[in-house]
Design a protein around this ligand. Structure first.
Ligand code: ZN
Length: 124
């Protein structure tokens, strides 16, 4: 927990799409949508933030990839590609169902910090 600012705060499922909220340094959250296209073997990450507006990388895409692979581990092969697309039209829908953030250790007293060993801990 050395970089609490770079951590997915909430996660929601809607059909086969995973939605994540990532905290912004300026306050508020970014909404990130993640979906897997089996024919293209590609994980699509859609969101909008200052980094993606400049065409550079951001931790949101890595966090989304990792969370999605945890969420649908049986579906996404190791060699799946990741494509980041800018989406400015994402918004919360009432039918989103909140779920625990995939890949993050559950904060349960006594067994806190327990992971399955596959979670990646990016510090960049
Ligand atoms: Zn971003």
């Amino acid at each position: 927990m050395t970089h609490p600012a770079e951590q997915v705060t909430k996660s929601f499922e809607h059909g086969e799409i995973l939605y994540l909220t990532c905290p912004s340094r300026r306050g508020g959250d970014y909404l990130v949508a993640v979906a897997y296209n089996k024919q293209l073997n590609t994980i699509f990450v859609g969101h909008d933030c200052p980094a993606i507006q400049r065409g550079s990388n951001c931790w949101h895409v890595r966090a989304a990839e990792n969370a999605f692979k945890e969420w649908r581990w049986w579906e996404v092969p190791e060699d799946a590609k990741v494509r980041s697309i800018r989406r400015t039209d994402l918004k919360f829908l009432p039918e989103f169902k909140q779920i625990p953030v995939p890949g993050q250790p559950l904060n349960i007293p006594g067994i806190g910090g327990m992971t399955d060993g596959s979670a990646k801990h990016d510090t960049a």
